[in-house]
Design a protein around this ligand. Structure first.
Ligand SMILES: *Cc1c(COP(=O)(O)O)cnc(C)c1O
Length: 449
């Protein structure tokens, strides 16, 4: 899909945006969503669709009608909810059905998967015991290697990983290797490569898309690099799932986590997702619980834990059915639209936004990669008054978010956003800058705007 060209006059540019909307094969999907205002914050919380609401209502009715019998009488039954939804998500991440489970939160899933795979790289669940069958071969029991992350990661990822290291009696300052950004926006592949070469890395854990600049990494290339250096590779897809297609299985990715409330529109705090490559089935989860037990014998209530031979092994407690149901409906919308068509429209929308920001006054800058192959679903619009601009945009029903120190994050999500919406955002930014109307808002406390 080609983005509309930017013309000299705003009127003509708007007309071209409207014409592009009229040609857009996904345009009618917007009717299924209730998105307040010009909604450009779907990478923080996607809006409600009628499909999600209907799926949630159905579970509430089943609860009313069946109570405990819903575990078997629900349609679909609640007992297999996490596995069934996992299978339904699996094409979006390019995984086999059994390789995906829907459970927990992104952060909890980072805890269990990073913990598990770090132990695996160090010879199994008990790091101190040592084991000649270490997967990476690089680490020994006396010398656990490090976990490789980057400087621009979403903070919760580091909080969880540092906590996992501490729980193994290790100092996170010694066992977390952080690739630094050169420009404050992106991470250079050569720097990842150098860290893998020079440090004793057991596990690479990277996002698919950086939450602030939107840089999209080449997951397959990073996985190959990690494996070449004897490290395992895991990814956080929170900012890509539902807007960028993935191929986790064929790329040989060891494990991945993501949430469903951003581009997948499953609602606030919706249950999250995880992937484990089938070669690792049977691995012992760092955080075990009865819901990860082999399904057939789970209710025999044995005292020993037999992990399921699937990604389902990483479930901990009872699947939160009410927090999972909206995902069921949301996935119908995404699957109907098709992830490749969603990505094609997303690229056109962000290319268009980049072209429009380039025409704004010099105080504005594009803080995202210009090459769409290296960009996820949002654009970082930089401005020294980003904080106050974000507030002023919200007053004018344009919903975006601010990320310190100077980024207005604009996410034109393809299922409910059109080219004219993108044009409106750029024009509102221009008007606010030129009039100085954002000064009606207080600067951000701490003096940083
Ligand atoms: C949104 C996001 C999270 C959120 O984690 P929760 O446990 O769902 O709160 C984690 N990591 C990244 C990279 C994110 O973008």
């Amino acid at each position: 899909m080609e983005p509309p060209r930017v013309a000299e006059s705003p009127t003509e540019t708007r007309e071209r945006a409207r014409a592009a909307d009229a040609r857009d094969p996904l345009a009618s999907f917007a009717d299924r969503f209730d998105a307040p205002g010009t909604y450009m914050d779907g990478n923080s919380l996607g809006p409600l669709s009628e499909d999600s609401e209907a799926a949630l209502d159905r579970v509430v009715e089943e609860w009313r009608d069946h109570a405990v019998e819903g575990w078997t009488e629900g349609d679909p039954d609640w007992f297999h909810y996490g596995e069934r939804l996992g299978a339904k998500v699996s094409p979006l991440v390019g995984a086999r059905e059994a390789e995906v489970a829907v459970c927990g939160s992104t952060t909890a899933n980072i805890h269990t998967l990073v913990g598990t795979f770090y132990d695996e790289a160090n010879g199994g669940a008990d790091v101190s015991a040592g084991d000649a069958n270490s997967v990476s071969g690089a680490a020994t029991a006396d010398d656990p290697g490090s976990i490789l992350v980057n400087d621009l990661d979403f903070p919760t990822d580091h909080y969880a990983i540092r906590a996992q290291l501490r729980q193994r009696g290790l100092n996170p300052d010694d066992h977390l290797t952080v690739v630094e950004s050169r420009d404050g926006r992106t991470i250079a592949r050569e720097d990842v490569e150098r860290a893998l070469r020079e440090e004793n890395v057991d596990l690479l854990f990277f996002p698919a898309v950086l939450y602030r600049s939107g840089q999209l990494f080449d997951i397959e290339a990073l996985t190959d690099l990690a494996h070449e250096h004897g490290a395992l590779a895991g990814f956080d897809l929170a900012h890509s799932v539902g807007v960028v297609p993935h191929d986790l299985h064929s790329a040989g990715v060891d494990f991945a986590v993501w949430c469903h409330y951003k581009y997948l529109n499953a609602g606030p705090g919706a249950v999250a997702g995880l992937y484990c490559h089938e070669d690792h089935f049977g691995i012992r989860p760092a955080l075990a619980g009865w819901w990860g037990h082999e399904k057939e014998t789970q209710f025999e209530m044995r005292r020993t834990f037999t992990p399921a031979e699937s990604a389902g092994a990483f479930q901990i407690g009872t699947v939160p059915v009410l927090a999972a149901a909206p995902l069921d409906g949301a996935l119908d919308v995404t699957r109907e639209a098709g992830i490749d068509a969603i990505r094609a429209k997303s690229v056109a929308l962000t290319d268009y936004l980049v072209a429009l920001v380039d025409r704004l006054p010099d105080a504005f800058a594009v803080g995202s990669p210009r090459d769409s192959d290296r960009r996820g679903g949002h654009v970082a619009v930089e401005h020294p008054e980003a904080y106050r601009l974000t507030q002023a945009l919200k007053d004018r029903d344009v919903v975006v978010d601010f990320r310190p120190p100077n980024v207005v994050r604009v996410a034109p999500a393809p299922l409910y956003t059109g080219f004219e919406d993108v044009f409106d955002v750029a024009e509102t930014l221009r008007a606010l800058h030129e009039s100085g109307a954002y000064e009606e808002h207080e600067p951000r406390s701490g003096g940083v705007t």
